[in-house]
Design a protein around this ligand. Sequence first.
Ligand SMILES: Cc1cc2c(cc1C)N(C[C@H](O)[C@H](O)[C@H](O)COP(=O)(O)O)c1[nH]c(=O)[nH]c(=O)c1N2
Length: 254
Amino acid sequence: MADITCAPAAHHAYDTADRRALYRTIFERRDIRRDFLPDPIAPEVLSRVLLAAHHAPSVGFMQPWDFILLRDPAVRARVHALFARANAEAAMMFEGARRDSYRALKLEGIMEAPLNICVTCDRSRGGPVVLGRTHIPATDLFSSVCAVQNLWLAARAEGLGVGWVSILDNDALKAALGLPEAVVPVAYLCIGHVDQFRQRPELETAGWRKRLPLAGLVHLDGWGATGAEPELAERLSRDQAAGEDGRFLQDRLG
Ligand SMILES: Cc1cc2c(cc1C)N(C[C@H](O)[C@H](O)[C@H](O)COP(=O)(O)O)c1[nH]c(=O)[nH]c(=O)c1N2
C-alpha cells in the first residue's frame, strides 16, 4: 500500500514544535516506582504541576479534587504498611508462575520518593445535584482522575517522575489520612526527581503485558466493527509502530 501522507496542521492547531513537545510528554511519561533521587521538589515546580492538575476538566466544573502533600516519613511508613498488606493479598490472587512474576515486580516508591501526593474526590462538592453528573454519579471520580493525568504529564515535562500506587485498602487509607466522610482517595502518587525515565512501561519490559494494537480497539458505529475504515486502521498501525520505534515525533507530525 502507498505510504500515507501526513496532513499539515490546520485551523487552530499548534505549530509543529509545540505539538512535538505535547506528544513527547505523552509518550515519555512513565509510571515510576524506582530511581527516585532524594532532591526536594522546588516550590515553583510543585506549584506549576498542581496548577496543571487544577486545570483538568471536571463534571459541571465541580473541581472535586484536593491534593494532600505527604512528606512526613512516619505518615508514609503507615501508608507503606497498608501497601505491604494489600500487596501480599494481591499476590495470592494470581496462580503459579504468575504469582512468582507478580512478587518480583516493584509496584511502589512510597518511601523512596521525596514526596507523596494523595489526590482525593469530595463527592459532596457542588451540592446534591451537579450538572452532568445526574445520571452517572462516578463522573466526579472521573474528574479527579483527569486531574491526576494533568499532574502526571506536567510532572514529566518538569522532569519529575510519578508513580501511582493503588494496591491499598482505600478505607484504611482514608482513615490514615483523616479524610472527611464525603472525601475519598482517588490516587496515591509517589513523586520526585529521578535518575532516569525508561523508554517503555516497566510491566512491558518485565513481560507482564504488552501494549495492545490500537487499530483493534477502534470501532465504527457500535461495538464490533474494528478496522472498518482501512485508511484510518492503516494509519493507526503505522503511527503506533512509529511510536514503538521512537520515530513518531520525527516522522508522523506532518
Ligand atoms: C488507576 C491506576 C492504578 C495504578 C497504575 C496506573 C493507573 C492508571 N499503575 C501504573 C501502571 O502500571 C502503568 O501506568 C502501566 O503499566 C503503563 O506504564 P506507563 O505508565 O506507561 O509507564 C500502577 N503501578 C504500580 O506499580 N502500582 C500500582 O499500584 C499501580 N496502580
